[in-house]
Design a protein around this ligand. Structure first.
Ligand code: FE
Ligand code: FE
Length: 191
């Protein structure tokens, strides 16, 4: 256990520096498996943001006069393993797969949000203003990604049910469809 907040800050920085690098390896696979165009581009966009998060973390290390270092983030190893299992599962419904992929991705985002939130708060307590500024930018981007994933999930759920259970009764599903669902789901409907 670290014996000062400064040390704890440094340790947690190494954890998220490791986690972010693991995420850059997972996101291209998730984009490849995703079906919805919106989800594919969300994953692709977040990959470039994640690369930026790594670069920004290097600036944070620099601002506290430490060199960038990693410490295996066991939580991220587990979250990404779970995500990989989902990607490997067979399903007839690409939308259902997307719903599962979004869940895996949001668990990752929530881990990042928790970590960056703590780091930002600790940087404030430590008077590390430059670190506060940098960490807040990344925290905001993780939050925006999480929100975007929720929106995509909301547009997918109906479709997931439709493709798996409702193939014979498309009219019923159409009535229950949300407004503003985008063109993609209509194109993908069977019939
Ligand atoms: Fe990130
Ligand atoms: Fe992220």
């Amino acid at each position: 256990m670290a014996d000062s907040l400064r040390e704890l800050f440094h340790e947690e920085l190494k954890d998220i520096y490791d986690a972010e690098q693991r995420i850059t390896k997972a996101l291209p696979k998730m984009a490849k498996v995703a079906d919805s165009e919106e989800l594919v581009s969300a994953f692709e966009e977040h990959l470039s943001e994640t690369e930026e998060h790594i670069r920004r973390l290097e600036e944070v290390f620099d601002s506290i006069e430490e060199s960038p270092a990693k410490k295996t983030c066991k939580a991220m190893v587990g979250l990404l393993e779970e995500g990989q299992e989902l990607m490997d599962e067979d399903t007839d419904s690409p939308a259902l797969k997307d719903a599962a992929l979004i869940a895996a991705a949001q668990k990752v985002e929530h881990y990042e949000i928790a970590t960056y939130g703590c780091l930002r708060t600790w940087a404030e307590l430590l008077g590390e203003d430059e670190a506060v500024r940098l960490l807040q930018i990344t925290l905001d981007e993780e939050g925006a990604t999480d929100k975007k994933l929720t929106e995509i999930a909301q547009s997918l759920n109906v479709e997931a049910i439709e493709q798996s259970d409702e193939e014979e009764e498309p009219a019923v599903v159409t009535q229950g469809r949300r407004a503003g669902n985008g063109g993609r789901s209509s194109q993908k409907r069977t019939r």
